[in-house]
Design a protein around this ligand. Structure first.
Ligand SMILES: [Fe+2]
Length: 321
């Protein structure tokens, strides 16, 4: 009987490609552009066909590929948005060293502007200290890690964490003043528990932006205070876990990020990377009571590793129902 031909090096290369080369070097650069048309009840004629561009979870750091960032801008420019929105996590683990600051400032000032304005909210990486979920399933202040790969690897083999409480110290984390100063030099208007009513050809669109849920800064009472009920609107919320608390507030669609689409989006492992109160809000368009929630997979990550969760831009067009 003939012995089967063995190709150990080829087999090793294939395995390495699947588990290492693809998710590390290929998928994080595979930008997808999702064109979505959303039907809105009683949409004023001036807002019919309004184009909203959403990008999220930039997680900018000096090693991020300039080629990839230029591709993001090109795709956004092609869509020619009426409104551009960013839904949190500009940076990684609250780190804003000079190289990151320069890169972020350049990216945001050269990013295609929305015809009627560009708006942004903060994510859990964008306050003065980084907050994540600890092994006791609490939202807690987390020291930055120099080895995100090791952290990711550990998480892949640990139990699924479902946050249940918030440590008191989280409430004391201040805003990131350097980041706020940088944002003030860009066309992006920060909405931190605030609302903007944007005039559009005799009509208007409300845009409410929420503070981060994981830091106890989620304050819808204040965020919707200036909402003009004569007009429709959209809501920006970084972490989709806040969505069950928004059912009694206005807004036809909530745009969120944070999850990275689980990032390692494979059975058994994906829930361990989500660390969510509501892991069903993983990605894409989801109907939640009478609203739509769109969870964007974002563009970057602390750990540059993606598997079946490529980075994305959302190009949303509003049409009448
Ligand atoms: Fe986040």
């Amino acid at each position: 009987m003939n012995k089967p031909i063995a190709h150990p090096w080829w087999d090793a290369f294939c395995v390495a490609s699947i588990v290492g080369i693809w998710p590390r070097y290929c998928e994080p650069r595979m930008l997808t552009t999702n064109y979505v048309t959303l039907k809105i009840k009683d949409l004023p004629s001036a807002l019919q066909g309004l184009k909203i561009l959403q990008f999220s979870d930039l997680h900018l750091n000096p090693s991020q590929s300039d080629k990839f960032l230029e591709k993001v801008k090109r795709k956004a420019e092609k869509f020619a948005p009426d409104i551009a929105v960013f839904t949190g996590d500009f940076i990684c683990q609250s780190k804003l060293d000079p190289a990151t600051a320069n890169k972020l400032l350049h990216f945001l000032t050269t990013f295609p502007r929305g015809r009627y304005g560009s708006f942004a909210i903060l994510g859990n990486h964008d306050y003065a200290e980084f907050v994540s979920v600890n092994s006791s399933e609490e939202y807690s202040v987390t020291p930055p890690t120099a080895t995100p790969f090791m952290k990711g690897l550990k998480r892949a083999f640990s139990r699924t964490l479902t946050p249940k409480a918030m440590q008191r110290t989280v409430h004391d984390v201040p805003l990131h003043q350097e980041l706020l100063a940088l944002l003030s030099q860009t066309p992006f208007r920060l909405l931190h528990n605030a609302c903007a009513t944007v005039p559009i050809q005799g009509s208007a669109l409300n845009i409410a932006g929420l503070g981060e849920y994981m830091l106890g800064r989620f304050d819808p009472e204040n965020a919707f205070k200036l909402w003009d009920y004569n007009y429709p609107g959209i809501v920006l919320a970084h972490n989709p876990d806040c969505v069950p608390h928004l059912t009694n507030f206005p807004g036809a669609v909530i745009l969120a990020g944070h999850t990275h689409g689980a990032q390692i989006n494979v059975p058994l492992v994906r829930k361990r990377f989500l660390c969510m109160e509501n892991p069903q809000y993983k990605q894409g368009m989801i109907h939640v009571s009478d609203k739509w929630l769109y969870v964007n997979r974002g563009l970057g990550a602390l750990m540059p590793f993606r598997w079946f969760a490529p980075p994305e831009l959302l190009c949303l067009t509003l049409v009448p129902a």
